[in-house]
Write a protein that binds this ligand. Structure first.
Ligand code: HEM
Length: 474
C-alpha cells in the first residue's frame, strides 16, 4: 500500500479538477490538440486530466511519444473501453481493430487484416495498377470540368474510397452513384458524431446512455453506415464461391466457416461488419483528407507546385502513368507529400490508447487502465525538432544536395504496436494520386476567390475548410 501511495505521488501534474466534471472545461473538444498545446506549456510534456471519473494522461513532444510508443510499446498498447460503441453492436470478440482492447482477438484480426490486404496486393504491382487506374478515372472527371471552379472534396473521397472498396468488396463505384455518395457522406457524419463534448461525456458517464432514445439520436449516421455494410455483406454472401477469394469479405467469410466450431473465435458475422467499417473509415477519410490538403497547398504555394511539375516532367514525362519505382527519383515530390502529412497534421490528437500495466514515463508513474492521449500534433510540430514547424517547408525532408531524407519525428501514422495498419497502402495512394493529378493539371485558385484558410476543421481528423479549385490541363 505504501509503495503504491509513493508511486501515485509521482502521477503527472495537471489542472485543478472540479467535482463531477473533473477538468473537462479545460479542453476545447472541437480542437483538443490546441488545448493540449496550451496545457503542456504550463504542466510539461506529460500532464494529466480528469474526464469526470476517468484518468487521462496526455503525451506531448517527440521524445516523450517515442519513449512511450517505441521503447515501452506494450505498456501503452491497450485501448480504453468505449461504452458508447456497445450501442452500435460492438461486443466480446467483435470489436473490429481500431478500438479493440489489446488482447488475442485484436492480434488475430490485425494479423488477418494485414496478411489478407497483402495477399490482395497491398504493396504490390497488382494494387499499384488498380490505384493508377482509379487516378485515371479521377483525372477524366476533373478534365470534364473544363477549367470551371469546383470543390474537389467528394471526387477525391470517392476515388480513394474506391481503392478500399476494391479490396474489401471487390468492386468500385462510379462517381455519380447516388447510393455510394450517400455512404461517403454518412461516413463523414459518423466521424463528426464521435467528436465534441457529448461523446466524451457519454464515455465518461455511460449511464447517460440509458436515457431513452439518446443513443439512437446521437449515433444516427454510424447506425446507417452499419446497416449499409450489412446490406453489402448480404449481397456478397449470395455470390460467394468457397473455392475463390475475390476480396477481403470473401476471405473473412471463409475464415468464419473454418472456425465455426470455436465459439470464442473473433471471426464472426458481427465482427465482420466492425472490421469492414474500420478499414473503410480509417482508410478513406485520412488519405483523402491528406490529398485535399496537398491540393490546397499547391494553390497556396504556386512556386512549390511549379517545382513538382518540373520534376514530374523530367522523371515521368507526359506519356506514361506514374509508378512506385519513380518515387526514388523524385525527392522533391516525395518531400512535398511528406511535408503535407506533417504540416496538415491529419490526426492531431491521435487515437486514444490505454496503459496495459502500471508503467513509468519520464519519471512519472502512470497506472494500468489510464487513458493515454498521444498528441501527434506536438510531434509533427515539435519546435525542438523541426526547423520551421509552423510553415509549409518541404526542405524539412531534403538534404543540402536535394536528396530525400527520412525524419525520425515524422509520425503521422503513429508508432509501436498500434501503428496504422494501412501505412503502406496510404503511402502508395498518396504518391500515385498526387503525381497523377499534378502530371495532368495545374491547379489555381479561381479568380476573385478569397485565399483558403490554412487551419482545419477537427472531427477526429483535421480536414480543410471547403474550397474551390480550378484545374487547367497541362
Ligand atoms: C490506425 C493514421 C491510412 C487503417 C491509425 C492511427 C493513425 C493513423 C494515427 C492510430 C495509431 C495509434 O493508435 O497510435 C493514418 C493516416 C493515413 C491512414 C494519416 C493516411 C494518410 C489508413 C489506411 C488504412 C488504415 C489506408 C486501411 C487499410 C488503420 C487501422 C488502424 C489505423 C485498421 C488501427 C490499428 C490498430 O489499432 O491496431 N491510422 N492512417 N489507415 N489505421 Fe490508419
Amino acid at each position: 500500500f505504501m509503495k503504491r501511495r509513493k508511486s501515485w505521488s509521482r502521477y503527472p501534474p495537471g489542472p485543478a479538477s472540479l467535482p463531477f466534471i473533473g477538468t473537462m472545461l479545460q479542453i476545447d473538444f472541437c480542437n483538443p490538440h490546441l488545448s493540449f498545446k496550451q496545457l503542456s506549456k504550463k504542466f510539461g510534456n506529460v500532464f494529466s486530466l480528469q474526464n469526470c471519473w476517468r484518468n487521462v494522461v496526455v503525451l506531448n513532444g517527440f521524445k516523450t511519444v517515442k519513449e512511450a510508443l517505441i521503447q515501452k510499446s506494450e505498456d501503452f498498447a491497450d485501448r480504453p473501453y468505449f461504452p458508447i460503441y456497445k450501442h452500435l453492436g460492438y461486443g466480446e470478440n467483435a470489436e473490429g481493430v481500431v478500438v479493440a482492447r489489446y488482447g488475442w482477438a485484436w492480434k488475430e484480426q490485425r494479423r488477418f487484416a494485414f496478411s489478407t490486404l497483402k495477399n490482395l496486393g497491398m504493396g504490390k504491382k497488382s494494387l499499384e495498377h488498380r490505384v493508377t487506374e482509379e487516378a485515371g478515372f479521377l483525372c477524366s472527371v476533373i478534365c470534364s470540368k473544363e477549367g470551371h471552379p469546383f470543390d474537389p472534396h467528394f471526387l477525391i473521397n470517392n476515388a480513394v474510397s474506391n481503392v478500399i472498396c476494391s479490396l474489401v468488396y471487390g468492386e468500385r463505384f462510379d462517381y455519380d452513384n447516388k447510393k455510394f455518395q450517400m455512404l461517403l457522406r454518412l461516413h463523414e457524419k459518423a466521424l463528426n458524431e464521435e467528436s465534441g463534448l457529448l461523446p466524451q461525456l457519454l464515455t465518461a458517464v455511460p449511464w447517460l446512455l440509458r436515457i431513452p432514445g439518446l443513443p439512437q439520436r446521437v449515433f444516427q449516421s454510424q447506425r446507417k453506415v452499419l446497416d449499409f455494410t450489412d446490406e453489402l455483406v448480404k449481397e456478397h454472401k449470395a455470390t460467394c464461391n468457397p473455392t475463390q477469394k475475390r476480396d477481403f469479405t470473401d476471405a473473412f467469410l471463409q475464415e468464419m466457416e473454418k472456425t465455426k466450431e470455436h465459439t470464442e473465435s473473433s471471426f464472426n458475422v458481427n465482427n465482420l461488419r466492425m472490421v469492414i467499417v474500420d478499414l473503410f473509415s480509417a482508410g478513406t477519410e485520412t488519405t483523402s483528407t491528406t490529398l485535399r490538403w496537398a491540393l490546397l497547398y499547391m494553390l497556396l504555394y504556386p512556386d512549390i507546385q511549379r517545382k513538382v511539375h518540373e520534376e514530374i516532367d523530367k522523371v515521368i514525362g507526359k506519356d506514361r502513368s506514374p509508378q512506385m519505382e519513380d518515387q526514388v527519383n523524385m525527392p522533391y515530390t516525395n518531400a512535398v507529400i511528406h511535408e503535407t502529412q506533417r504540416y496538415g497534421d491529419i490526426v492531431p490528437a491521435g487515437v486514444p490508447h490505454m496503459t496495459y500495466r502500471d508503467t513509468e514515463l519520464q519519471g512519472f508513474f502512470i497506472p494500468k487502465g489510464t487513458t493515454v492521449l498521444i498528441n501527434l500534433s506536438s510531434v509533427l510540430k515539435d519546435e525542438t525538432v523541426w526547423e520551421k514547424p509552423h510553415q509549409f517547408y518541404p526542405e524539412h525532408f531534403l538534404d543540402a544536395d536535394g536528396q530525400f531524407v527520412k525524419r525520425e519525428a515524422f509520425l503521422p501514422f503513429s508508432a509501436g504496436r498500434r501503428v496504422c495498419l494501412g501505412e503502406q497502402l496510404a503511402r502508395m495512394e498518396l504518391f500515385l494520386f498526387f503525381t497523377s493529378l499534378l502530371q495532368h493539371f495545374t491547379f489555381h485558385l479561381p479568380e476573385g476567390h478569397a485565399r483558403p484558410r490554412e487551419d482545419g476543421h477537427f472531427a477526429l481528423t483535421l480536414t480543410p475548410h471547403p474550397y474551390q479549385i480550378q484545374a487547367v490541363p497541362r
